[in-house]
Ligand binder design. Structure first.
Ligand SMILES: [Zn+2]
Length: 321
């Protein structure tokens, strides 16, 4: 069985922007600090994963080298929007097309590669996004997070972000999703996108209970008890095996950084955990996954699903239904 790993390369400015902090407009970046750290961890295990990169970062000269180094190390680059606005589902069709054009040309400018995968910022998604993905030849989307706890996570975020304006709050009404997202399947499936079928690969949550299991959540648990975080991850991997779920693990740069590295982001959950502790926990999590599954990129995960299901029109019809 396979598992995939992806990393949303959210930069310092995008956290500051969502949090309502002044100074994000100059696009402060930690990519030159964190990207080598992430690549080193992956190289030690000879793993290839997918990086969802924000177009605005690729458009800035200061980020060229770290972003180019990701592709040079053999990893996949995919689209994580241009402006990283978690209210992407409110964009008009024209705004979406502009957003995609700018991101694709920025990523292609730095890496020479046109992305075929997409993840919306803050898991934002709309029927219009699927249409644009289909029209632009995308192979897969990874913007769904099947969990019941989205509204709880959002309430927690607002509690810790008093500087977010009323206007921004209205736009962030769907940040992290709604309760009913928990009823969505954890398994890959085909989605109709402007008459084409693209593969939807949900971010895996704990089978049945649908609690988040992405690395940042493990870091948050570790800030209370590293033992709890490890047991939780071990149970999650076992539950995936028992239920036949091929997991897709989501990482973020903050899983490799602490409040000492980026003082501006000290407010973020788990940033009080030391970098070495985080990398230790991450190593444990990735090694356990690696021991149970063959780890592939998101594109490979989508391709394998397509290969297994494409030839069976009846099964495909059921998947779509
Ligand atoms: Zn993001």
């Amino acid at each position: 069985m396979i598992a995939s790993i992806s990393l949303d390369l959210d930069n310092q400015w995008s956290y500051m922007k969502t949090h309502g902090d002044a100074g994000w407009e100059t696009f402060p970046s930690y990519l030159d600090l964190v990207v080598p750290r992430i690549l080193r961890s992956l190289k030690e295990r000879d793993l290839k994963i997918t990086f969802f990169v924000v177009g605005q970062d690729a458009a800035l000269e200061k980020n060229r080298d770290p972003i180019a180094s990701i592709v040079e190390a053999g990893h996949e680059i995919a689209n994580h929007s241009f402006n990283h606005e978690p209210w992407l589902h409110l964009y008009s069709r024209a705004e979406l097309i502009e957003e995609f054009e700018k991101t694709e040309s920025a990523l292609e400018g730095v890496t020479g590669i046109r992305p075929v995968g997409f993840r919306g910022p803050g898991f934002s998604l709309s029927p219009a996004v699927f249409d644009v993905l289909g029209e632009r030849g995308y192979e897969y989307d990874c913007s769904t997070l099947p969990t019941y706890v989205g509204p709880l996570a959002r309430a927690f975020f607002f509690l810790r972000s008093p500087d977010v304006s009323e206007e921004e709050r209205a736009k962030l009404k769907k940040l992290f999703g709604k309760f009913s997202d928990g009823f969505q399947t954890l398994k890959p499936h085909f989605v109709d996108a402007a008459g084409r079928s693209i593969v939807e690969i949900p971010v895996t949550t704990f089978p049945c209970v649908k609690m988040p299991i992405h690395a940042s959540y493990l870091m948050y648990l570790a800030s209370y008890s590293p033992f709890l975080a490890r047991s939780y991850w071990r149970s999650a991997v076992t539950a995936c095996r028992v239920t036949g779920v091929e997991p897709s693990l989501l990482l973020h740069p903050l899983d490799f950084l602490s409040g000492t590295d980026v003082a501006e982001l000290k407010f973020f959950p788990g940033m009080n955990v030391a970098t070495e502790k985080k990398i230790e926990l991450l190593s444990f999590a990735i090694d356990l996954l690696d021991g149970n599954y063959k780890i592939v990129t998101m594109r490979e995960h989508a391709r394998q699903f397509r290969d297994e299901h494409q030839l069976d029109p009846e099964k495909m019809r059921l998947e779509r239904a």
